[in-house]
Design a protein around this ligand. Structure first.
Ligand SMILES: C[S@@+](CC[C@H](N)C(=O)[O-])C[C@H]1O[C@@H](n2cnc3c(N)ncnc32)[C@H](O)[C@@H]1O
Length: 270
């Protein structure tokens, strides 16, 4: 096996182990037993819908920036537990989700079954080896995944392969937007070896063979406000000490202007 391939597998195994160790399926089952009513509207699904800055509203904002989605086949790369796929479905799109972490895919299927949606659209797989044919999708989205992917060019090549010419690739990642120190650990990685932060310019360069850039919006203020609300002592949430430290590091990096959530809309070249 080539050294690069084994390194990649190590990173992917670390990432999946990091995200997968939270007993999510069991938590959903416990909540169901306690009377969780399966409300997967953006309001009801806050707990299960998203692992990114801005929650369900950020998904809706990103989808609003894309071409009309009704009737379109749209892939969510690194879909987590499928909140954005369900948002796509609510817009009349044919939403598909792929994620590295088997536990998230199991949870996504479970949540979809609860609302009578097709659980089969969720698959375990890597952004760097998408298990779909060329031009299988009209569009794709990717939310807070690039921070775990060192090979941005490889991820762009795969997205470019499966999106039809003229289709959109909407990315919402935390990016390096300024100089200044960034203290690890951060929420998307147990250790520095699984965190790969890049600038919007680096994303655009990595994408350039396959995509043109249609829009870019930096959401610094929203990032700060979201973390403030998340850690508001007046509304305590079950957040571990370890995660609190990561959130504090991210908050400092948002406030110093080193990092920010960035939306980027790319268009597949013809
Ligand atoms: C911070 S979570 C975001 C999940 C989801 N997009 C959301 O916004 O709720 C990052 C997700 O990316 C997935 N991921 C990381 N690297 C990946 C890769 N190379 N291929 C596919 N998924 C990946 C993780 O398993 C995890 O579900």
């Amino acid at each position: 096996m080539a050294a690069e391939t084994s390194e990649l597998w190590e990173v992917e195994a670390r990432v999946a182990a990091y995200y997968g160790g939270v007993g999510l399926v069991e938590r959903i089952e416990e909540d169901l037993a306690r009377g969780f009513n399966g409300d997967l509207s953006p309001e009801g699904a806050r707990l299960y819908g998203s692992f990114h800055i801005g929650g369900a509203e950020a998904v809706e904002r990103l989808l609003d920036a894309m071409p009309p989605l009704a009737g379109q086949a749209v892939l969510d790369i690194g879909c987590g537990v499928g909140g954005a796929v369900r948002a796509l479905t609510r817009r009349g799109a044919l939403g598909w989700g792929l994620d590295l972490t088997p536990e998230f895919i199991a949870a996504a299927r479970k949540l979809s079954r609860m609302i009578g949606a097709d659980p089969a659209v969720f698959e375990v797989g890597s952004a760097l080896a998408l298990p779909y044919r060329d031009r299988a999708f009209d569009h794709a989205i990717m939310l807070h995944v690039g921070m775990n992917v060192a090979d941005k060019r490889g991820a762009m090549a795969e997205a470019g392969r499966v999106i039809r010419p003229g289709g959109a690739f909407a990315i919402y990642d935390i990016m390096r937007v300024g100089a200044g120190e960034v203290t690890e650990p951060l929420p998307w990685a147990g250790e520095a070896e699984s965190s790969f932060l890049d600038s919007p310019g680096a994303y655009a360069t990595a994408a350039a063979l396959w995509f043109t850039e249609a829009a870019r919006v930096t959401r610094s203020e929203e990032g700060i406000a979201f973390l403030e609300a998340l850690t508001d002592p007046a509304e305590p949430r079950p957040i571990s000490e370890a995660m609190r430290e990561k959130i504090a590091n991210l908050d400092a990096a948002f406030r110093s202007g080193a990092l920010a959530p960035v939306e980027m809309i790319l268009t597949r070249r013809s």
